[in-house]
Design a protein around this ligand. Structure first.
Ligand SMILES: CC(C)(COP(=O)(O)OP(=O)(O)OC[C@H]1O[C@@H](n2cnc3c(N)ncnc32)[C@H](O)[C@@H]1OP(=O)(O)O)[C@@H](O)C(=O)NCCC(=O)NCCS
Length: 299
């Protein structure tokens, strides 16, 4: 193998952000596949350090001189699972670069509390699937990214229920963790309490859905460069079936538009027919599919 330089770094800086974004665009044009690198969030995270947790080695790079030719990112959301994906410049493939990036990232993960690694690949990426196949990871699930088609939303809009969005504070952190454990079928003990103020500085706004003084659900909205993301949307089981989900979604879209979003997206489990039906009926359309493969730590 030629002599490339491999580096692992903590805290995304502007230069690395630019270099990785450029490589992402090259790969997107070449392969017509999507990645989920969360670069904006990583940059915002580095700008607003959390005093209670150390920065970790989350960015693994490969350089040919000053040219970035490979990148693998770990997304560690503080729970028991980390997410991993990346890319190699089309002119530098099949030379073992991604294998080496993955080896280093896996070693880093071995030293963390996390038990599961999810490896992500666009469903259309044959190379991504072949690579993941060789790691021993097993297929876990698929998520669709859905994009709002404005025309369809216009037809669907119109609030009917008495639901308001109340900006969450740190006092809501336990309730948010409780709801996440229900929506994502995870142990409550594994949920980290969000620092809502810090999340806000990083562009994530959490809203509680309130109906006549009762919290019925919540949503996380993210806005960066005019792109609005809807995450972690849910209605507590005892309040389901009466139109609050639709109302919460419509109000989330409305809020993001108010904040200046010109493009709105969300991600949904491909098997979650109820959520898919709701999103479609409010004007969202599937844009691409991301497959998740799971690797458990050997004990
Ligand atoms: C997937 C990707 C990152 C692989 O990068 P790479 O540096 O070429 O991968 P490596 O050279 O380290 O290959 C390691 C193994 O992956 C598998 N693999 C990689 N590309 C492959 C291809 N085109 N066809 C079949 N197997 C392939 C092989 O098992 C390979 O081992 P081998 O060369 O000894 O047979 C690269 O193709 C890419 O950037 N694709 C677009 C982005 C993407 O899909 N990312 C998802 C990855 S998580």
């Amino acid at each position: 193998m030629e002599v490339f330089h491999f580096k692992a770094s903590k805290g995304m800086d502007r230069d690395l952000y630019e270099a990785v974004s450029e490589l992402e665009n090259i790969c997107r044009d070449h392969d017509d596949v999507r990645l989920k690198l969360e670069l904006d969030y990583k940059l915002a995270k580095a700008d607003t350090p959390d005093e209670n947790s150390d920065e970790k080695l989350d960015d693994f790079t490969c350089w040919d001189g000053h040219r970035l030719v490979g990148y693998l990112g770990i997304d560690d959301f503080g729970g028991r699972t980390v997410e991993v994906n990346g890319m190699v410049h089309p002119e530098y493939r099949r030379r073992g670069i991604f294998r080496e990036l993955f080896r280093q990232a896996k070693m880093e993960w071995e030293g963390r509390d996390s038990n599961e690694m999810l490896l992500l690949t666009d469903r259309k990426s044959k190379e991504g699937k072949s690579f993941i196949n060789g790691t021993g990871a097993a297929y876990d699930h698929t998520e669709y990214e859905m994009i709002l088609s404005d025309g369809l939303f216009e037809e669907a809009k119109g609030f009917s229920k008495d639901l308001v969005l109340k900006e969450a504070t740190n006092d809501d952190a336990r309730e948010i963790a409780r709801q996440n454990s229900i929506y994502f079928n995870e142990e409550l003990a594994d949920q980290e309490l969000l620092d809502i103020d810090l999340e806000k500085k990083r562009g994530f706004h959490v809203y509680m859905a309130v109906v006549q003084g009762n919290i019925v659900g919540k949503v996380h909205l993210h806005l960066t460069n005019g792109e609005g993301g809807i995450f972690g949307l849910g209605i507590i089981p005892e309040w389901r079936g009466t139109g609050f989900g639709r109302e919460l979604l419509l109000r989330s879209v409305h809020k993001l538009k108010e904040l200046g979003a010109s493009y709105i997206f969300l991600q949904v489990d491909a098997k979650n027919d109820t959520a898919l039906g709701l999103y479609r009926s409010c004007g969202f359309k599937e844009s691409y599919s991301m497959e998740y493969y799971k690797l458990n730590k050997e004990r």
